[in-house]
Write a protein that binds this ligand. Structure first.
Ligand SMILES: [Zn+2]
Length: 253
């Protein structure tokens, strides 16, 4: 994919999600027409396989990982995902999403799985896309020395956000910012250095009752502009975030 034709990149979404089966063509076309590039993230064996197929079919980018919510799967299933990622390393920008989720139970087992996939990012020399819901500090303590981290859908503290960025990692701001004061305040207090944006589609829609889609990543940029307009023009913010994303994922061109 020639990224030069884009102005924006949705740095994390799930376009392989089955809920897009009915209108995936349309959703991807709408993104491309809106100059939005797509990085889709497989998070299960089936999801990883579909993400790679779509990457080739639509010329989008992919990251592959294993969602912490799948903590109770059998060892064999987890290993299959691990081997699938390893054997497709040339096809992917990063390993993830991987991480911990406070709401999925069995944190000890989640931690073992997380470490296994972190080792893989390290071995493959790729960034890690981190899901850290409610356990942002813990994820950082486990992963800080392993690879460049991109905290997807960041909702942790301002202090940790600054620490992550100071250590060369990335914070991804999702469409949640369109309606969450907490996230708006967070961004207001951060420099744009190492901030990227995402929709996490089909989740986290900024519009009540609608399914989220990559094109909505423009709404995240517009909201950031609203918060930062004393310092930057809309074009400057768009360009800084686009360049941050390319640097994070080492996208050439
Ligand atoms: Zn996700």
């Amino acid at each position: 994919m020639n990224f030069n034709k884009f102005l924006y990149i949705d740095s994390h979404c799930h376009i392989e999600d089955k809920s897009f089966n009915k209108n995936r063509d349309e959703v991807i076309k709408r993104a491309f027409d809106g100059k939005v590039g797509i990085v889709t993230s497989g998070a299960s064996l089936g999801g990883c396989k579909r993400a790679l197929e779509l990457k080739n079919q639509y010329s989008i980018y992919a990251t592959l990982g294993y969602h912490p919510g799948r903590v109770n799967a059998e060892e064999k299933a987890i290993n299959e995902v691990y081997e699938f990622i390893r054997s497709n390393e040339k096809e992917i920008l990063a390993v993830g999403e991987i991480g911990l989720d406070f709401n999925s139970g069995n944190i000890e087992k989640q931690e073992i799985i997380f470490k296994k996939f972190l080792e893989l990012s390290k071995e493959l020399n790729k960034p890690s896309v981190i899901h850290a819901r409610g356990l942002e500090e813990k994820c950082f303590n486990i992963s800080k020395n392993d690879s460049i981290l991109m905290y997807h859908c960041y909702g942790g503290s301002l202090e940790l956000a600054k620490k992550l960025i100071d250590n060369g990692n990335y914070i991804s701001i999702s469409t949640i910012i369109c309606f969450s004061n907490y996230h708006q305040k967070l961004v207001k207090n951060l420099n744009l250095e190492n901030i990227v944006v995402e929709t996490d589609s089909p989740y986290l829609s900024p519009i009540k009752g609608e399914k989220n889609e990559p094109n909505n990543v423009v709404k995240v940029i517009e909201k950031i502009f609203e918060l930062k307009k004393d310092e930057y023009s809309l074009d400057e913010i768009t360009k800084i975030i686009y360049d941050n994303t390319k640097r994070l994922y080492r996208i050439q061109g």
